[in-house]
Design a binder for this molecule. Structure first.
Ligand SMILES: [Mg+2]
Length: 340
């Protein structure tokens, strides 16, 4: 983990924010998120809202954010559909026909980069671009298979296997990409969304950011994506990641910073100090005894996020030094839940 002597929103010039699990969960804003984001802007950070969801156009996303109390312009929203359209435009002639498998957001993103969306392989498209859409079915996949076999370049917006619904997880774009891959015998040439680079590259190009900070709730998309493009990252625990997932994260999925909530954007970040096998941070102490991680507090009024930082740092160091051995986390997780 990294040290940042000043609030992250002051140190970094742009926060590249994931949406679900960070700014909102389902239809509701994450508690406190609108206020934190307003303060972050006062500290000087530009906000970019970066989503793997390719089905909704950016203006619809911006309108939802405004309704939740987070002021946002259409240009502040960067979708994997836009990043995918950019990847296609970089590879085909201007004005080329592109077979779109996906929703309205993808059609508009293709038009916005000067390409011509088509819906049939008979139009001899130069590329196939595929993103999530509720109406995607056998017919669209068949057009895609024919076009790809005829030589069209295949670009996927993202490969998330599932999408959350009110009835639980449902097939996401990655499931449809896998179906098409099975039919054509090869994977997409490019995947735009997290954890791949194009979505973040598009965001950096759009904002002109020199020191971006990726903010997300998922280790395998947001954090791994940040590491893939060399950006620093803040993991927040308001979405899908549990403390145990963080403590067991492999190096490629470890964030630069961690906080229980988005408040972490407004604070400086320290790392634990070490003496012998013990570590200390902000009234928390921790160590590994008999392959079991233990953390506790030695003063009242501690910052719960410091406990998480201490536990993660101690766990990663031990796992890296004892490869193949499993670290027991139950004591530490109980203490984090009780004291945090
Ligand atoms: Mg998320």
């Amino acid at each position: 983990m990294k040290i940042c002597a000043q609030p992250l929103a002051r140190h970094y010039d742009c926060a590249m924010l994931d949406l679900d699990g960070v700014v909102y969960v389902g239809k509701d804003a994450v508690a406190g998120a609108p206020e934190v984001l307003a303060r972050a802007r006062q500290f000087g950070a530009r906000l970019a809202f970066v989503t793997n969801n390719a089905s909704r156009p950016p203006d619809a996303v911006a309108a939802q954010l405004v309704q939740l109390g987070v002021p946002a312009e259409t240009a502040d929203v960067v979708t994997s559909a836009q990043a995918a359209a950019r990847e296609v435009a970089d590879r085909v002639p201007a004005g080329a026909r592109v077979l779109v498998i996906g929703g309205e957001g993808l059609v508009r993103a293709v038009q916005a980069v000067g390409l011509q969306p088509v819906s049939s392989a008979d139009a001899q498209p130069a590329a196939v671009v595929q993103g999530f859409g509720r109406n995607v079915g056998w017919q669209e996949l068949t057009e895609g298979a024919v076009a790809i076999r005829d030589g069209a370049i295949w670009v996927a917006s993202n490969t998330d296997l599932t999408v959350p619904t009110t009835r639980g997880l449902a097939p996401g774009n990655g499931s449809f990409v896998n179906a098409l891959e099975a039919a054509v015998g090869a994977p997409p040439a490019v995947v735009a969304g997290k954890p791949h680079r194009p979505l973040f590259d598009e965001t950096i190009r759009r904002t002109g950011s020199r020191s971006p900070l990726v903010v997300g709730d998922r280790l395998d998309t947001d954090i791994e994506g940040a590491n893939n493009c060399g950006a620093d990252s803040l993991l927040v625990m308001t979405g899908v990641t549990e403390a145990a997932d963080l403590l067991r994260a492999p190096p490629a999925r470890r964030p630069s910073y961690v906080a229980w909530t988005l408040d972490g954007l407004l604070s400086a970040h320290e790392v634990p100090t070490r003496s012998g096998t013990n570590r200390q941070l902000g009234g928390w102490v921790g160590s590994v005894v008999d392959a079991g991680l233990r953390v506790s507090t030695v003063t009242p009024d501690v910052d719960p996020s410091d406990g998480l930082r201490l536990a993660a740092t101690a766990a990663w160091d031990w796992v890296d030094a004892n490869s193949g051995e499993r670290l027991r986390l139950d004591d530490a997780l109980t203490a984090l839940a009780r004291l945090g």
